[in-house]
Design a protein around this ligand. Sequence first.
Ligand SMILES: Cc1cc2nc3c(=O)[nH]c(=O)nc-3n(C[C@H](O)[C@H](O)[C@H](O)COP(=O)(O)O)c2cc1C
Length: 298
Amino acid sequence: MSQLLDILESKYPIIQGPIGELNDPKMVAAVCEAGGFGMLALGFIQDLDTIKKMIAEIRERTDKPFGANLMIAMNPANEQILEVLAEAGVKTVTTSAGAPQRIYPKIHELGMKGLHVALDFSFAVKAAKAGADGVVVSGYESGGLRTLKPESSNMVLIPLVCDHVDVPVVAAGAIADSRGYRAALALGAQGVQIGTRFLSSAESPAPQAWKEAILNCPEGGTTVLPVGGMGVRVIMNARLAEKMKDPNVDLSEEYNMMNMGKAWRSGQFDLFPPGAGQVSAVVTKIKTVKEIIDEMVS
Ligand SMILES: Cc1cc2nc3c(=O)[nH]c(=O)nc-3n(C[C@H](O)[C@H](O)[C@H](O)COP(=O)(O)O)c2cc1C
């Protein structure tokens, strides 16, 4: 068994990529039952009762291990959330968007393990030094938050990070099927984190318009939208394409991060375009998470 599977205790080293606030306990349980590691996305949720309710709903459907993602700099309730998770028997979390040294002492004090999400080489090495039990390495092609600096793709990042850290590495970005899964393992990763593919699955709580945007996304159809000093990888739509043509338009004024959750939950993508990775171009069918995982490990 790999070090990563020792930590996750799932059948396969396949982690459900957390998606903002888009949680559905049924989907988390479906990923676990299919052999993956289901995840709650708790980056922006502060209400502990909501979290306890979601955990109870997962537990009604599966007795398999699952985890949760915490966004370090975005949520003042992280320490209390960790206590709720530990009490419910959650053993592993992922952490992102912030300095790991702020949270790993608490994770370890509660007897839990944590995998830190790093968007580049230096942060992956720093996270391992700061006590992370593993790193989730997310290359330029990946969905989710990006930096606005020049970035590397996973073909470069994964082997580089594997050569410089002693903890298990998980590849996140552009993995949609067995080809991507095997490629990630060949590059040295012990597992994968899947965002876009699960976001477009049958069980995903994303609105149908979001799933269709992924299915219809052509190659080259995503871009990194600058907002609030960060980037978010999104699928281009007519409004965004129009704005991008005008050199006088400041995109970070046109699109406000505060509208992101509303747009994504409702499918009102003129407010904020749908988030997804470059791999959308490869996703052409909605499948169940079980079908996706079965094919991936086949
Ligand atoms: C719309 C969207 C929202 C995301 N939100 C989060 C998040 O809240 N926390 C996090 O750590 N990663 C987040 N991610 C990153 C995913 O969990 C995952 O690492 C990434 O999508 C993998 O790349 P892929 O989409 O190419 O599979 C998000 C990704 C997407 C597409």
